[in-house]
Design a protein around this ligand. Structure first.
Ligand code: NDP
Length: 266
């Protein structure tokens, strides 16, 4: 029997994770199966326990269960604790180990795939939800010149920034006249079709703009392109965070470039 893994979310049918992990498994010769599990909105914990009882070895967790997964874990990695959210569970006997690979995925996509350095840069992170929380510590580890967290609900930006001594938090409407080299959109505005954050700040001449949403050109990226910035969507982060989860489970870091190429072609 191959080892079983899954991604658990609601909704889940759109997930690219089963395809990504199937490609990683084929590439590295790992005997494993990876499926998508739809958990009822009030049934995440039951779904995890059923999967463990059926022989599951680990699971990725996606919207809207990352905070529930954080509470469910019996042990947490440092990066999961800093994020307050878990996207990777490993089942080991009676223990449920919680990790968060989103930040590692973003940093690797920026640095390795896109050639964007973070050290010394003026970085703006838009959003203060689960995805934003997951990337703050890994971004700070790259020693940006500054990291500003801006969110529609100001209190959430202030709360998140206050947990990291070198960050500042503010509202989306408090960015006028500030200049940034790297802007990362971690809001779900582009996904929900809601009103995107208005670009009220100034881009440095060679600014880079990253939207974590993938598979579509969001209004946010369109605004950034029109302002002369170089842009990227979040598909590379998706593949890189999956590779990091694969490393956690199987002890092997797969090659991401061919997988990213195949997903882009599809
Ligand atoms: P959450 O629901 O936890 O947070 C949503 C965030 O978006 C909040 O900060 C919210 O602000 C903000 N927001 C929502 N709508 C608007 C709007 N119309 N205008 C301004 N701000 C808005 O979601 P996540 O943090 O988990 O995910 C955020 C995005 O990142 C999603 O699109 C998700 O698909 C993507 N993502 C991509 C990954 C990848 O690998 N590429 C990995 C993880 C996430 P407020 O607090 O005011 O409500």
């Amino acid at each position: 029997m191959p080892d079983r893994y899954a991604v658990i979310g609601h909704p889940i049918a759109h997930s690219k994770s089963p395809r990504i992990h199937a490609l990683f498994a084929a590439q590295t010769g790992q005997d494993m199966r990876y499926e998508a599990l739809l958990a009822p909105l009030d049934g995440f914990v039951a779904t995890v326990h059923e999967f463990i009882a059926a022989g599951g070895r680990g699971a990725n967790v996606t919207v809207p269960f990352k905070e529930e997964a954080f509470r469910l874990a019996t042990r947490l990695s440092e990066r999961a604790r800093a994020a307050g959210a878990v996207n990777t569970l490993t089942f080991a006997g009676t223990e449920i180990l919680g990790d968060n690979t989103d930040g590692a995925g973003l940093v690797r996509d920026l640095k390795r795939n896109l050639g964007v350095g973070i050290a010394g840069k003026r970085v703006l992170l838009l959003g203060a939800g689960g995805a934003a929380r997951g990337v703050v510590m890994p971004l700070l580890a790259e020693q940006p010149g500054q990291l500003v967290i801006a969110n529609r609900t100001v209190g959430k930006a202030l709360a998140l920034a206050s947990t990291f001594p070198t960050c500042t938090g503010c509202g989306l409407d408090e960015l006028d006249s500030r200049v940034f080299d790297l802007v990362i959109n971690a809001t779900s505005a582009g996904l929900t079709g809601g009103v995107p954050p208005r670009l009220t700040f100034t881009f440095a001449p060679d600014a880079f703009v990253y939207d974590m949403v993938y598979g579509r050109e969001t209004d946010f990226l369109r605004q950034a392109l029109a302002a002369g910035a170089v842009v990227a969507d979040g598909l590379g982060m998706l593949v890189e965070q999956a590779a990091e989860a694969f490393l956690v489970w199987r002890g092997v870091l797969p090659e991401t470039a061919p997988v990213l190429t195949e997903l882009r072609a599809a």
